[in-house]
Design a protein around this ligand. Structure first.
Ligand SMILES: NC(=O)c1ccc[n+]([C@@H]2O[C@H](COP(=O)([O-])OP(=O)(O)OC[C@H]3O[C@@H](n4cnc5c(N)ncnc54)[C@H](OP(=O)(O)O)[C@@H]3O)[C@@H](O)[C@H]2O)c1
Length: 265
């Protein structure tokens, strides 16, 4: 895949961690002229830092930041962001050679709870809204706006989407559901040949999320495993996984809908 195209790029959770690095690495490679980058998260100061890092490397890009609380957002919020960014830059969806959405934002949930203890539906609703409903709502708006364009849809997946991990009942459950949605999407869009879907599992990365696992997991083996991986520097950096992701895209070694892990290549 040639990334150097006139691109509409939207990344959720771009304020820090993996999302920030993915946004920066992709923004470095897409065409500066005519491309548009949209960064979502809650912390506007951190989003503006990501924006500044991007513009330092690719000054011609138009970059917009939006603070959005995913636990409460509706499809209309995404519809507004998509149309407003196109309007602001005087662009039309048809004018882009490719549209990319990176569904990256995510939370761990309460890792101190066992699977037998996660029945609080108010907590579940908020957690699922943040991690699943928001991604679906955004994706549907994205698919509608860029209906006729070539599209790359990336879901930040995880080993936890396909393997049960003690202490991660919330996380495994929502990530499995989210991945299945993107697999169905890939199947349904296969015939149009316009939508490429990738479920990318980035490996174990040194971010706030893994610090939280180490601090809160009820399972001592999981706690110790995360601590050891961080201390021994086996844990990857956001840059290592983002560069692997770019390599996977550039060599296009996957079928739409595949689950590709950092360790696969
Ligand atoms: N770290 C790993 O080892 C690992 C492994 C496999 C998969 N992943 C996946 O990779 C993705 C990124 O993980 P990460 O480690 O980079 O996590 P992180 O450092 O905790 O960053 C999470 C991002 O999501 C945003 N976010 C969280 N809650 C939000 C909310 N309620 N509303 C809006 N934005 C919200 C955060 O932005 P604000 O705080 O500004 O809102 C932040 O930008 C996640 O989907 C995760 O499941 C991570």
């Amino acid at each position: 895949m040639d990334l150097k195209q006139k691109t509409y790029l939207l990344v959720t959770g771009a304020s820090r961690g993996i999302g920030r690095e993915f946004a920066q690495q992709l923004a470095k490679r897409i065409s500066g002229k005519g491309s548009l980058v949209v960064l979502l998260g809650r912390d506007l100061n951190l989003l503006d830092e990501t924006k500044a890092n991007i513009l330092r490397v690719n000054a011609e890009l138009e970059v917009y930041t939006y603070s959005l609380e995913l636990s409460q957002c509706q499809a209309e919020d995404f519809s507004k962001i998509l149309s407003e960014t196109l309007e602001k830059s005087n662009a039309k969806a048809e004018g882009f050679e490719r549209a990319i959405v990176i569904h990256n934002a995510g939370t761990l949930g309460d890792a101190s709870k066992h699977a037998r203890e996660i029945g609080d539906t108010a907590y579940l609703e908020k957690f699922f809204h943040t991690n699943l409903f928001s991604a679906l709502a955004l994706n549907c708006e994205f698919m509608r706006v860029f209906r006729d364009q070539a599209k790359l849809v990336v879901n930040l997946s995880t080993l936890a989407a396909i393997q049960p991990i003690p202490s991660m009942a919330y996380y495994c459950t929502v990530k499995a559901a989210r991945e299945m949605y993107f697999r169905v999407l890939a199947k349904e869009e296969e015939s149009t040949d316009k939508t490429l879907v990738l479920n990318y599992a980035p490996g174990m990365i040194d971010t706030q999320m893994t610090v939280q696992v180490e601090r809160e997991a009820h399972d001592p083996t999981i706690k110790a495993m995360f601590r050891e991986q961080r201390e021994s520097k086996v844990m990857l950096t956001t840059e290592q996984t983002a560069l692997k992701f770019i390599k996977i895209l550039e060599s296009k070694v996957f079928q739409s809908g595949d689950h590709i892990d950092y360790r696969d290549y």
